[in-house]
Design a binder for this molecule. Structure first.
Ligand SMILES: [Fe+2]
Ligand SMILES: [Fe+2]
Length: 264
């Protein structure tokens, strides 16, 4: 069993498909997960499986990979779990709160796509405003805090950390492509890249809120958490009133689209 603990979960599932079914029963979505290179032993820690379920889960996985042997439940070294209810440390809560505003922009994308007008200046301006939010608030303000500060506390060779960087880069590529398509007057391509960005960010934020941040909270020391909070605050100071400006932009866009819906 120990040999499988150090294997990528997708490889284990490929060899023993039943392992994917077992993980699904514990709400650990390794089968549909786009990453899938986490090691089997890290799954328990990253997904924070409660200790009582851990023994049972590992015994079942052991039974699936060694059906001819008596079930064994290898112990996995895990970080302490602060509380059964999901809560975040102050710096992580700050990032979760920033996600709330980013999710409001993401929720507007279907309406932006539906009313898309690349011919008029007013129509193009809505896309430009959305892209300005993504580049300034989501990327320079929020993602930069993750990349320049938070992720530096962790081994950048870990698959989950590499995935976060890759998601940010993929998002930037969709934003560049959206602007290019807008310049070319290519409505379909604008739609395609905005929709791809919506899908990417939805999954990315779920991954961070549900898996990455809780795992990071369990991994960081109290001193590191305090340091992180101070460094986030220092970074915020450099942005002055910009977050308020982007909050106002989202409020305005929501109102504009609500009015468009009301007159239909
Ligand atoms: Fe991120
Ligand atoms: Fe984030």
């Amino acid at each position: 069993m120990d040999e499988y603990l150090n294997q990528g979960i997708k490889d284990v599932i490929r060899q023993f498909p039943e392992v994917g079914d077992i993980l699904n029963e514990y709400d650990i979505g390794c089968v549909p997960c786009a990453v899938g290179t986490c090691l089997l032993k890290d799954i328990i820690d990253i997904h924070n499986v409660p200790p009582d379920e851990e023994r049972e889960l590992m015994a079942r996985i052991s039974g699936a990979v060694h059906p001819d042997q008596a079930p064994a439940a290898p112990g996995i070294e895990r970080k302490p779990r602060p509380s059964p209810k999901q809560s975040y440390s102050p710096p992580m809560q700050k990032l979760v709160d920033e996600h709330t505003l980013i999710k409001r922009l993401v929720a507007l994308i279907p309406q932006i796509m539906e009313h898309l007008d690349v011919e008029s200046e007013e129509g193009r301006q809505i896309v430009i405003d959305g892209v300005d939010f993504i580049r300034s608030y989501a990327d320079r303000y929020h993602h930069a805090k993750e990349e320049d500060i938070l992720l530096k506390y962790f081994d950048e060779g870990l698959e989950i950390i590499k995935t976060i960087y890759e998601d940010h880069e993929t998002g930037r590529a969709h934003v560049r492509a959206t602007l290019q398509a807008l310049e070319d007057g290519d409505k379909e391509a604008v739609r395609e890249h905005l929709d791809a960005y919506r899908e990417l960010l939805t999954e990315h934020i779920e991954k961070e809120d549900g898996i990455l941040y809780p795992w990071m909270d369990r991994s960081l020391s109290m001193t590191q958490i305090g340091e992180l909070y101070a460094r986030f605050n220092a970074k915020d100071e450099g942005f002055g009133d910009a977050p308020k400006k982007y909050q106002a932009l989202i409020n305005r866009l929501e109102q504009e689209f609500a009015q468009k819906e009301a007159v239909r």
